[in-house]
Design a protein around this ligand. Structure first.
Ligand SMILES: NC(=O)CC[C@H](N)C(=O)O
Length: 375
């Protein structure tokens, strides 16, 4: 028997649909992702902590779920919204249905709502707070809860997803990922040692570093510069992560203590934190960039790459200090997609070169980091 569910927004709009996940009620910022595939990677990307994610592609779940394609140990988003959950899973790697997976991980999810109307609303009005519920079906009550929910701005969500302990990482890329031309050497004692500051890192990032021939130590996002320097890495990686970058002030301080001492490469939240550490500001975007088809131009080569993205904040171009140079821009809205430091070995990108899911156009950035570490 189908169980009703409702999604209410802070502007008073209420969508009525059917539950495809756990029973319960969650609040979060309602955002949308335009990827046609990769729902499992999206569910387990820790950067979605605090968000209710809507898929614009109309049918989701048709290849099921497996244990291999995860980007972290469990789903981290608050809720999941689709037009239609496929009743059939057909793939030789499928281990269970999306709906079974959502239920077993206690994720509240809804189908059979007009996701096009929802996305048009977010695009015109901007990201909104919302409540997704299977337990309270009273419109006025749900809208009141959406209005009272905390939203993302000013909250440090890294603390909810970052690891507490340091750990060595040795897992390589799945055999399903091709990494043409990027392998450099075996992962032995002579391999470069990378300290990865984990703010909610997608696992495909350390997998790439391993395949390239790096030794990887993961450190909690709260590590200090002294903690990092104590393991004497050859390079430092700054991971992606959830929420507003500005409240993550301890990481900004850590990066300031490492800049110029170790080569640094940052992705997404890591890019925002590196920029903050150099004196830039970040701002909340109207509705962000989320999907696997985001065009970016590398200003150094002029080449356009199609990238995987998931961010709702960005570095403010007007605040950029003279130490930082813009290396990449978004071809959708000209926002900053990458920077490099003019004198220290440090660079970062707002998009996701590890893809997962998404095109592999940006793998060359791992190579750029490798070259920086070698020098
Ligand atoms: N994927 C990420 O690292 C996202 C960064 C940040 N939480 C944002 O939304 O902009």
């Amino acid at each position: 028997m189908s169980q009703p569910a409702k999604l209410a927004l802070e502007d008073g709009t209420v969508f009525t649909g059917v539950s495809i996940g756990a029973e319960g009620e969650v609040d979060g910022e309602v955002c949308f992702n335009t990827s046609m595939t990769g729902y499992q990677e999206i569910l387990t990307d820790p950067s979605y902590c605090g968000q209710i994610v809507t898929m614009t592609y109309p049918q989701i779940g048709n290849y099921g779920v497996n244990e291999e394609d995860v980007e972290s140990s469990k789903p981290h988003l608050r809720g999941f919204v689709v037009r239609e959950h496929s009743r059939i899973q057909s793939n030789f790697r499928c281990e269970e249905s999306l709906s079974e997976y959502l239920r077993s991980h206690n994720i509240v999810a809804i189908e059979s709502i007009d996701t096009r109307a929802l996305v048009r609303l977010i695009r015109s009005q901007g990201a909104m707070r919302g409540v997704l519920s299977t337990t309270d079906l009273d419109d006025a009550s749900l809208v009141a809860k959406a209005k009272a929910s905390p939203g993302l701005v000013g909250r440090d969500l890294v603390q909810e997803v970052a690891p507490e302990q340091a750990a060595a990482w040795s897992q390589p890329l799945s055999t399903w990922t091709r990494l043409d031309g990027l392998q450099h050497g075996p992962q032995d004692d002579s391999a470069p040692h990378i300290a990865a500051l984990d703010f909610g890192m997608k696992w495909n990032i350390p997998r790439h570093l391993v395949n390239m021939g790096c030794r990887v130590t993961i450190l909690p996002g709260s590590a200090t510069a002294d903690d990092v320097l104590a393991i004497n890495p050859d390079g430092v990686f700054l991971s992606n992560g959830p929420g507003d970058p500005e409240p993550v002030a301890y990481a900004v301080k850590t990066i300031q203590g490492l800049l110029g001492k170790k080569p640094i490469f940052g992705i997404c939240l890591g890019h925002q934190l590196l920029s903050l550490a150099c004196g830039a500001k970040t701002f909340k975007m109207k509705f962000g960039h989320r999907g696997a088809n985001q065009p970016v131009q590398d200003l150094g080569t002029g080449k356009v790459e199609i990238t995987s993205q998931n961010h709702g904040f960005a570095v403010d171009a007007d605040s950029l200090p003279s130490d930082l140079e813009v290396t990449h821009v978004s071809l959708n809205d000209r926002t900053i997609e990458g920077v490099q430091h003019r004198s220290a070995p440090a660079f970062s990108v707002q998009f996701h070169p590890e893809a997962s899911a998404g095109p592999h156009d940006s793998h060359y950035l791992f190579d750029r980091f490798w070259q920086m570490v070698q020098n």
